[in-house]
Design a protein around this ligand. Structure first.
Ligand code: KG4
Ligand code: ZN
Length: 392
């Protein structure tokens, strides 16, 4: 089954083409084309993702990403098509809020032959709603003109599958034992998810305020590190560990001992703010503070992870979302979680699959292929910024 996957939930415009052989979850996946445009440079001056700009940039980059992915997959073939009036009208109706995208899609359809896809998978949530809508409307247009079924994918299900997909070795999903627990940590989410069977999720814990990635980015900003600060905080913290710098800030571990699986990071963020105040930090102070912050975050995440594993007797622990790229977190989970729970297998995504991408959307699309909608019914798909895994 050939799948075209589209991701526009935040600040990456990504399109992948994947060939799935066999049934989910035992299929083999081949990535035929993979195009990704990061908008980070555009959002840097705002210190975070600016939704209206994200939407405009997605609209600008979707067709170039599509042609790039098609070309990589050797599916881009020029022809001399002429859309019927009815088709042209359909495109402008679906894309009436995106006139520029409508224009470039008309050109695209008139210039290239129709590639054959069995399924179009598109992220419909959670994420920034204006950004999601562009991707969803783009998918609807492709589905309508190519007469291809379309499936709306949950971005967080994509992150879970990304973490158990071995893109380098055998292009398959790991054979995990269920129940599994997943810790999803990204710019917008921090949650513990219980999966008793494939595709059924229960939220067993979540942040009561900031997401971990958000805390990383805000702390970075306090230290004058440009958006997204997460990776740079991780790098600075690594330098502090290498040099064994002394503690700079005695930071709290919010909700470490609370009798539940929830988290809170805003108090930790505020503690960093008080410590920084209006000082100009030296290089070493920055490194030490980054390390102290990272240690506090990691300790809380580890403790709740261990608690969840014990409470639910799970043998699989899956870490996913952008923050799972963090080096210290990876090392700590692989060492300490396995110390307290030696019979558990811990999964982290391949580095290229930890932040937002569309390969994971293709995997989730394949998992949900049975629920795909015919092109006409697909017109009813809605973007949902708050789409939750707990209702899947
Ligand atoms: O999953 P993702 O790409 O986008 C969302 O769905 O939010 O996650 C982005 C988040 C950002 O907050 C970014 O700072 C954080 O992941 N992040 C990291 C690292 N790489 C990305 N945080 C800590 N260490 C990293 N190496
Ligand atoms: Zn994400």
């Amino acid at each position: 089954m050939k799948i075209l996957a589209i991701e526009t939930s935040c600040d990456e415009t990504a399109i992948s083409i994947i060939e799935a052989t066999g049934d989910f979850p035992d299929a083999t996946y081949e990535v035929l084309g993979n195009a990704l445009h990061s908008q980070i440079a555009i959002h840097v001056e705002y210190g975070g993702v600016f939704p209206a700009l994200a939407k405009r940039e997605h609209a600008k980059k979707l067709v170039p990403m599509l042609t790039q992915a098609l070309s990589e997959a050797e599916l881009l073939e020029e022809g001399d098509h002429n859309l019927t009036n009815e088709q042209t009208e359909k495109i402008s109706t679906i894309l009436y809020r995106e006139p520029d995208l409508s224009e470039t899609m008309l050109e695209f359809f008139n210039k290239y032959e129709q590639p054959e896809f069995d399924l179009i998978a598109v992220t419909s949530g959670p994420g920034l709603e204006p950004a999601l809508w562009v991707g969803v409307n783009f998918a609807k247009t492709l589905a309508a003109i190519w007469n291809t079924p379309v499936v709306p994918v949950n971005h967080m299900e994509g992150h879970i599958l990304a973490s158990i997909f071995d893109i380098e070795r055998d292009d398959q999903l790991a054979e995990i034992s269920l129940p599994a627990i997943s810790l999803l940590i990204s710019g917008g989410h921090t949650e513990l998810i219980l999966m008793n069977e494939w595709g059924h999720y229960e939220k067993i814990g979540q942040t009561l305020d900031d997401a971990v990635g958000e805390a990383y980015d805000k702390v970075a900003r306090m230290m004058d590190i440009p958006y997204p600060g997460g990776p740079e905080i991780g790098r600075l913290a690594g330098l502090a560990r290498q040099q064994k710098l002394p503690t700079y800030a005695d930071l709290p571990r919010p909700m470490l001992n609370s009798d539940d699986l929830n988290f809170s990071f805003s108090g930790l963020k505020t503690a960093v703010r008080y410590k920084v105040a209006d000082q100009v930090l030296t290089g070493e102070e920055k490194q030490a503070l980054a390390r102290d912050f990272e240690d506090a975050v990691t300790e809380v995440l580890l403790k709740k992870a261990a608690r969840a594993l014990t409470e639910y007797g799970a043998k699989t622990f899956i870490v996913g979302g952008g923050v799972s790229a963090n080096q210290h977190l990876r090392q700590s989970f692989n060492a300490k979680l396995l110390e307290s729970h030696p019979d558990v297998t811990v999964y982290f995504p391949h580095r290229a699959m930890s932040t937002d991408n569309s390969v994971m959307i293709a995997l989730a699309g394949h998992a949900r292929a049975a629920g795909a909608l015919a092109p006409a019914a697909g017109q009813l798909i809605k973007a949902d910024g708050n789409r939750s895994l707990a209702t899947e």
